[in-house]
Design a protein. Structure first.
Length: 361
């Protein structure tokens, strides 16, 4: 009886959307990799299988596990990010991966979840009382900028810049006063133009190409132009299974990772894109529902932070493919090929399920 009651406490709507999204991503990956590049498909099966295991494992852990271990998790990820700069692995002048024995992973992906956990711990004490103090604001940005600087040094500008809106979103949900929030935005906006001079040359070129796509159509602008061509060529119902010729003939760069949304649009069309967005909408609304129904400040902020992260990555990735944002290395959650991102998001979903399961006892 106890086991049956425990399973009934799962959010089966959320769980069904997650399994449906992951299953569709595997099927799509198979159709665009068969028969020459099925290595990516079989590897992703492994990551999704492990991710589902992580999701159910962490769904059985009480939320106090994450609250008590917040600073430990942050410290561990901090050390991993330092190791990436010292002895990290990568290609094309970037160091983003770390190998420990047979395990190879990308610490910057797990840094996103770790930041959410520690900010939830830090800001929970300010909810419902005197509000968020300047000390809490300062500490929040301290923890955020430590990760931002370490990740930007790899360099991984896309993930690094994600930390700032994530921090701002959590401050807003934690109840920071509107006046203080405007002060923070004003200070941040004044320093934003100066950050351009800290960018690497190729990063500056991406911004200039975004402002003028025809500036370098065969070089820096190739990815942005080809992604829009592939996405638009799918029209209403797509080219059908195995019919994404623009993707399969190699015109679309990174069709399994950063630009998988373009290949999905080419194969499944506008209808497929709507289904994909619908699944994300279900996941986000169920996550927001879990957050609203939670009484504990830490659990509410943690669940909200996970949904903010999901929304930001979906928005940035789709915006990049559609040409309304500069090109950055941002995977599409639970769709793009990649072990670290897949495992991180499944862990986050497991935490959401745990909050739902253990509510009220």
């Amino acid at each position: 009886m106890r086991i049956s009651i425990s399973f009934r406490r799962y959010d089966w709507v959320l769980l069904s959307a997650i399994i449906g999204l992951s299953g569709w991503s595997l099927f799509h990956l198979y159709t665009i990799t068969f028969p020459e590049e099925t290595y990516y498909f079989f590897r992703q099966i492994l990551w999704v299988g492990m991710g589902i295991g992580f999701m159910f494992l962490f769904s059985w852990l009480k939320i106090s596990f994450w609250e008590k271990g917040a600073y430990f998790f942050y410290g561990a990820i901090f050390l991993f990010l330092l190791l990436v700069l010292i002895r990290g692995e990568g290609t094309h002048g970037v160091q983003r991966w770390l190998s420990i024995g047979i395990i190879r992973f990308q610490p910057s992906e797990f840094a996103k979840l770790s930041l959410i956990i520690i900010l939830s711990r830090l800001l929970a004490s300010g909810e419902g009382g005197e509000g968020i103090s300047w000390k809490q604001v300062g500490l929040s940005f301290f923890f955020t900028f430590v990760f931002l600087i370490l990740v930007a040094g790899q360099p991984d500008l896309g993930s690094a810049l994600l930390f700032l809106p994530l921090c701002l979103g959590m401050l807003f949900l934690a109840g920071i006063s509107f006046k203080r929030f405007l002060v923070i935005l004003g200070i941040g906006s004044s320093f934003l133009p100066l950050s351009y001079f800290l960018l690497h040359p190729y990063q500056k070129m991406r911004i200039l190409t975004f402002l003028n796509p025809g500036r370098d159509p065969l070089g820096a602008g190739w990815s942005a132009l080809q992604s829009k061509i592939a996405l638009g060529s799918g029209r209403l119902i797509g080219k059908g299974i195995g019919g994404a010729l623009h993707t399969e003939r190699g015109f679309l760069p990174l069709p399994f990772t950063d630009f998988i949304f373009a290949s999905l649009g080419e194969e499944w069309g506008f209808i497929g894109v709507l289904v994909l967005l619908g699944l994300y909408f279900v996941i986000m609304t169920r996550g927001m529902r879990i957050a609203r129904q939670e009484n504990a400040s830490f659990a509410r902020l943690l669940s909200s932070g996970i949904i903010i992260l999901l929304f930001l990555q979906v928005f940035i990735n789709i915006g990049m493919v559609a040409g309304i944002m500069p090109v950055t290395g941002m995977p599409l959650p639970l769709i793009s090929y990649g072990g670290s991102s897949t495992l991180m998001f499944f862990t986050g979903i497991g935490i959401l399920l745990s909050i739902k399961r253990f509510r009220g006892g």
